[in-house]
Design a protein around this ligand. Structure first.
Ligand SMILES: [Cu+2]
Length: 382
């Protein structure tokens, strides 16, 4: 997902509000100031300022405690070179505080950014990491195994993403509209499963997965959703083949990067949460795939990806917070059960065929996972 804030309809607003309840419950005042000898780094995010209490840190786990003091919904990002996202917290409403725990493995120059209104490059500042390079995976075999297992998952999904996107692009270019329509949600499954990894590389995400609102940010509307619009609303147009070529080029790039990146265990934990946030903000509202209404494929894929990260971290969570693991299993099962009811033929019901009650029930099941999933990072950082 790549989004700018949308003009909310009343139904969307109600559902988003329901879906963010657990985020509310999970914020601020957590009991364990996880990791970092110096305690959390306070970030005051305003509408025009982004005050980071400390602008440097040693290597190791670092917690940012981001308080939205402004009037707009905001986000906080930590960037490495080339705008690779090391960590992010999205959708922080006015007055709310949320935490981001990241592992800084190497000394170097990073950047922090607040994005009031969730648009643009944000209010940036340098952040320096000093000290010896160190990785938790070097000393903890459980953590090392977790990242290796998840990396295998990312690699296999990335391979399938490339294969299915190639088929989709070929169908578009051959003007095989029905084939292309059938392949669209399938190719996207692989993207959505590894979305936090895939979208962490510079500006590839808006090019591949941006929605029409990117135009308001002065960008071209390209990628999956532009072709979705062509296929479902206008029919293929003169530049559809060129857009398809561009999509494949960008997907190849993202696949190479995703397969070579070295993830930290906290990136797995944060990713598991980001994927459910994606569901809560994009899929439950039916806005991700607004022309095709194939949102439930993306929904399923985001949940799959989140479950894969939790599965990889399972022995770690078991050791550090066994009760949390039980809760996660329970809530994931409840969500699975609801989602599986919506299967139809080889895929899922269209979003537009869901009843309001079904949408509300799904939203509630996602919401119930919000708090436990946000605790995974703290457990891993313990
Ligand atoms: Cu997406």
């Amino acid at each position: 997902m790549f989004t700018t804030p949308l003009r909310a309809t009343p139904l969307r607003t109600a559902l988003v509000a329901a879906a963010s309840l657990s985020v509310l419950a999970a914020c601020g005042g957590g009991s364990t100031p996880a990791a970092g000898a110096d305690g959390p780094i306070a970030v005051e995010a305003g509408d025009t300022a982004c005050k980071v209490a400390r602008t440097s840190s040693n290597t190791g786990n670092v917690t940012f405690e981001v308080s939205n003091k402004g009037s707009k919904v905001t986000e906080f990002y930590l960037y490495a070179e080339g705008d690779r996202i090391l960590g992010e917290v999205e959708n922080i409403g006015p007055g709310l505080t949320r935490r981001l725990i990241v592992e800084l493995t190497d000394a170097g120059k990073l950047q922090t950014a607040c994005k009031p209104g969730m648009v643009g490059d944000g209010i940036r500042a340098d952040f320096t990491v000093t000290g010896e390079g160190r990785k938790s995976v070097d000393t903890d075999t459980k953590l090392a195994d977790a990242t290796k297992e998840y990396q295998r998952y990312v690699n296999s999904q990335a391979d399938s993403l490339l294969a299915k996107t190639t088929e989709f692009v070929d169908a578009v270019k051959a003007n095989k509209v029905e084939d292309a329509k059938a392949l669209f949600p399938v190719a996207r499954l692989y993207w959505e499963r590894i979305e936090p990894v895939a979208e962490s590389f510079g500006d590839l995400d808006p090019k591949i997965d941006g929605r029409e609102e990117v135009i308001e940010e002065g960008q071209e509307f390209t990628g999956f959703h532009r072709l979705e619009k062509d296929l479902w609303t206008t029919g293929l147009v003169t530049d559809s083949p060129a857009i398809a070529d561009g999509l494949l080029t960008n997907v190849k790039d993202v696949v190479d990067k995703a397969k070579s990146v070295e993830l930290t265990p906290l990136e797995l934990a944060n990713g598991a949460k980001d994927l459910l946030d994606e569901v809560a903000t994009g899929k439950i509202t039916g806005e991700e795939d607004r022309y095709s209404h194939t949102d439930l494929w993306d929904f399923r894929a985001n949940v799959d990806g989140s479950q894969a990260a939790v599965a990889a971290l399972r022995p770690v969570i078991q050791e550090k917070d066994a009760a949390l693991l039980t809760t996660l299993d329970e809530k994931f099962k409840a969500l699975d059960d609801l989602l599986e009811k919506q299967r139809k033929d080889d895929g899922f019901k269209l979003y537009t065929d869901l009843t309001e009650t079904e949408i509300k029930d799904l939203a509630a099941a996602v919401d119930a996972l919000g708090e436990p999933i946000s605790k995974v990072a703290e457990a891993v950082a313990k």
